[in-house]
Ligand binder design. Sequence first.
Ligand code: GTQ
Ligand code: FE2
Length: 346
Amino acid sequence: MDDATPISADRQKFYNRISPSSMAPLWEVLKGLVPEQPKSKFAPHVWKYADAKPLLLEAGKLLTAEEAERRVLLLENPAAPGASRITATMFAGYQLIMPGEIAPAHRHTASALRMVLEGNGGYTAVAGEKTTMQRGDLVITPSMAWHDHGQEDQKPCIWVDGLDIHMVNFHEAAFSDHFNDKTQMLSKPEGHSEAEFGTGLAPMTHRRPFGATSPIFNYSYAKTRPALMQVAVTDAPDAHLGNALRYVNPQDGGWAMPTIATWMTYLPKGFETRPMRSTDGQGLIVVEGEITFELDGKTHVAGESDVVAIPSWTNKKMRASKDAVVFTMSDRAAQEKLGFYREERK
Ligand code: GTQ
Ligand code: FE2
């Protein structure tokens, strides 16, 4: 039925009669339930790190990481304040750990990723192993793995969190619990997972210590950046994607996380991507340089450590105003598994 068609009195009377039986007419809502194409409730948006950082440091004086459990300024899509998300499915936030602080050990069904911005020397411990975090590192916390964070250095440690909380909650499948101590026990020296799974080798006895999630939990920028630059020497950038490499689970060649797809893109200065759109909701974090985005015809500029939200089916185009490296997280991993990921390259 057309949205504008007024409901006749006899039909409305019928609707009122079936309502107490917990039923409703599909024909009044069908268009909204089965749209011809995606129409996001969320808006493209850029969060500037220059605005976020002083506020985050202020939050650092207001309460401790332990009081907060996680001291995060979560990013609210301006078209849906209160929804605690940047797109339909993606949660993102800036997290701060002050020197000497500990964010206590807990675990939950949701998977998390961290894109590290500053404060080398900060660490995350995941399932009995610590990893020190440097700018540009992608650190992964698999579903139900114990994790705590800390900063032993004298500088604030700041990163961007990305979580699939809303995908888990949509299914009403979320559990969480707290460890009985502030920090978990460490059972492996730093670098153990990297040695077992992160060098192109794998244990002879097949194990999937984290189920559907990659057993590598720090994809370090010290490896990512040279790989991107090396590939760009020989390979021309993809017209729509630039020079992009995705983070891979070495156990099956798929995405590193079961729900969230992650990749890193290098765009040489002046390079402009061809327009495209895709059904995944994306969060981008500029690691180096500056990018001018055209999102549904509107221009947005994002510099280092800024976060960009690109909702489903947004017409998008990127141009590097300086040599740029940009990290992307998106719900594409989940959409592909469910069989409805779609894209249109122009
Ligand atoms: O660092 O463990 O931004 O559990 C939201 C939920 C971060 C975390 C968030 C979390 C965490
Ligand atoms: Fe957590």
